[in-house]
Ligand binder design. Structure first.
Ligand code: 3PG
Length: 219
């Protein structure tokens, strides 16, 4: 069933599934079958990173042809990125860092934003601008599970999507934390599976994530 066209919040995006796939697409022909394969495995929120010349075309194709998916833009770093992503059909944005200008640009473009943070000061800056559902990036490299546990005291009102260095084996440790709504990761769209157009493998990877239900959704 198509996800309704209601305006999503960042929390809606985070709570739809245990994992948001971080997708890098070099070829337009891969976009629609990849999106269908992920949706078939139960993953609807798809972060297509703005790292390739084809990224916007891929978003446009997924938005037009896979109504069951919700395509978002990743690696959004500027106001121009946010505007281009919204025009291409993105319905949410994910950024590797945070600036107030980017926050405003995403609001103006109608895109819920998961802003990237890695320090307490960055969390406070994002909160000052009204953002409370944040991406912890790069999660594993910047302190991992221990850092998220340390933030539970001072930032108990913040919900995180840790991303960076997360695999199925350590995803469970992140998802067991009460301040984690989901994790992000590139393992759901491996380069070799894309090159081989191995869509059943991607569906199987997506399906396996259903078992990784976050603790915060079990409460
Ligand atoms: C990224 O921006 O590439 C994400 O953090 C994905 O990282 P991963 O490849 O370690 O999952």
């Amino acid at each position: 069933m198509a996800v309704t066209q209601k305006l999503l919040t960042a929390l809606d995006v985070m709570r739809d599934a245990p994992v948001i796939p971080v997708i890098v697409l070099h070829e337009l022909r891969h976009a629609v079958p990849l999106a269908r394969a992920l949706v078939a495995g139960g993953i609807r929120m798809l972060e297509v990173t703005l790292r390739t010349p084809k990224a916007l075309d891929c978003m446009r194709a997924i938005a037009a042809e896979v109504p069951e998916a919700v395509v978002g833009a990743g690696t959004v770093r500027s106001s121009a990125d946010a505007e281009a992503a919204a025009r291409a059909g993105a319905r949410f944005a994910v950024s590797p860092g945070f600036t107030p200008a980017l926050g405003r640009a995403c609001r103006d473009a109608g895109l819920p934003l998961l802003p990237g943070v890695a320090t307490g000061g960055e969390i406070m800056a994002a909160q000052e601008e009204g953002f409370g559902a944040l991406k912890f990036f790069p999660a594993q490299q910047a302190g991992g599970v221990a850092m998220l546990k340390a933030w539970q005291g001072p930032f108990g009102d913040v919900v995180f999507c840790p991303t960076g260095g997360i695999q199925p084996a350590n995803a469970v440790d992140f998802l067991a934390l009460p301040n984690v709504a989901c994790v992000g990761g590139s393992w759901l769209a491996p380069v070799d599976a894309l090159e081989q157009c191995d869509w059943p493998r991607i569906t199987a990877l997506a399906r396996a994530t259903a078992a990784l239900a976050p603790q915060s959704q079990k409460l």
